[in-house]
Design a protein around this ligand. Sequence first.
Ligand code: AHR
Length: 592
Amino acid sequence: ASLTVHVDQSRATISPTLYGIFFEEINRAGDGGLYGEMIENRSFEDDKEKPTSWSSLGKGTLSLDQSLPLNSRNPTALRVDIPEEGGGVSNAGFKDAGLAIRSGESYRLSLYIRGEKLSEALHARLESSTGSLLAEQTVTEISGTWKKMELELTSKDEDLVGRLVLQTQGSGTLWLDMVSLFPKQTWKNHGMRTDLAEMVANMNPSFVRFPGGCFVEGDTMASAVRWKDTIGDVAQRKGNWCIWGYQTTGGFGVHEFLQWCEDLDAEPLYVINCGMAHKDSIPMDKMDEFVHDALDLIEYARGPVTSKWGALRAEAGHPEPFKMNYLQIGNENGGPLYEERYALFSKAIRKKHPDIQLIACDWGVIPDSYPLDIIDEHYYNTPRFFIEHADMHDAYDRSDARIYVGEYAVTQGCGQGNLIAALGEAAYMTGLERNSDHVVMSSYAPLFVNPDWRRWSPDAIVFDQARSYGTPSYHVQALFANHRGDVICPSELKVDEMEEEARAGYVGVGTWITQAEFKDIQVTKDGKTLFQSDFSTGSTDRWRMPSGQWEATEGVLRQTSMADNVRAMVGTASWNDYTLSLKARKLSGNEG
Ligand code: AHR
């Protein structure tokens, strides 16, 4: 084969913001994921009936108590009644998967505590899953009023399924709130779990879209994300119910997001709720508050320290302005309700901040009553769809608003991610790149999954409390973003005849099969048989196609990797003069 690149005929300029990331609070991506908190249900607000994730030690009894709240945004505390024999509480992290405690590493424990009639000292410990002591400190000065305690625990050994214990040998009653444990060492000391933050940094993103996704919308407006709930003292943050099935703490809030972008040297792209949730919306005459949320957010990010919201940013430790050059109005919102709300936001923001690039949703229709900067398109489909749509943006009118492909991924027929999915996305990305004079931004979705909390597949980064790895799609994203070009040059690929013959073996009718028996494999050219399988169903131990590309044992293709499916060619297909026919009997799984 020969490839000719016409370097003298440069065409489109590749957008410097073409490759970014989309972080959504989904699959425990933030709380219990990238955000370094190790304790699930730290403020006891996750479930109003029971202290999820907390267990009693000894004969102590646990109950939720709202009689003397820490503050009005954090009304529930844990009450621990401990009898003569002693007792306490323990927490083994998210879904009780265990705490990843490493030898020689230090952990910061902070908690609010009050107590009555405590006869003995209270100890804070890190323990292994078998109960051996890894680190210990004494919690002192417990009184009848709330007091914040901060302790450092340095582990003398490793256990990746350890737990936090608060225990006394004596009796008494304790109240606990905001019990938080972080590794002392976080990424750039800004609270992100190091291994996960490094995986993201290795994707070399030029922007970060945050915090969703459907998470921004909420099921109803009551659970829609409001950024003002996510700033200031973490003990004062309300947290909200995540549409993906869990309570969030608000700990990974807007300030942490802006700091993260700065650490990544990436543009922040905040998605603000536009007064629309999945099941309800805010009437137009009550939309002012939401529009002000957007204006105040911009002031928080980049207003002077003398402004109301800029002063809060400075108080949080960042007097210099953060960047904020992009803002997305809503997520996957459309129709007449969106049209009028988009116009409202757009008018108010443009008046005060004409330099900000506004991103509008393309959800069936796009708003057309107001000038648009950038439109957010979403695609989830098969590998074939993405391969076939690699040229979809070639024909877009350059005088229209520019495009942000804000969410895309192969999600069908690829289990929890596989190489074919990644190849489909890669093929599609060549089209994004070729058109990046107009397609100025793109981001794969979703970014993270903890399999214990999986609500969406596939995802780019898979993690548990101690480990992480990238799916093939992650590596494609990193590959493209780490090898950015400046301009697109026209190119031609010529394939010689020998290779074309070899490639003929790939011609086929695709069907997804998990496991199948094959028979009657035949390749013909000009009506002449070139290859015929010499086994009948189930009786062979090996067959090989003439191109040498495929193999199976005992006539059965089996699942070999983490992917759920095997791509098999079933049926008859032709390419040039070749015809391939293959019969298969499905043993399991067929997604069509
Ligand atoms: O990426 C997962 C979800 O897909 C997002 O929350 C939403 O925007 C889309 O429907």
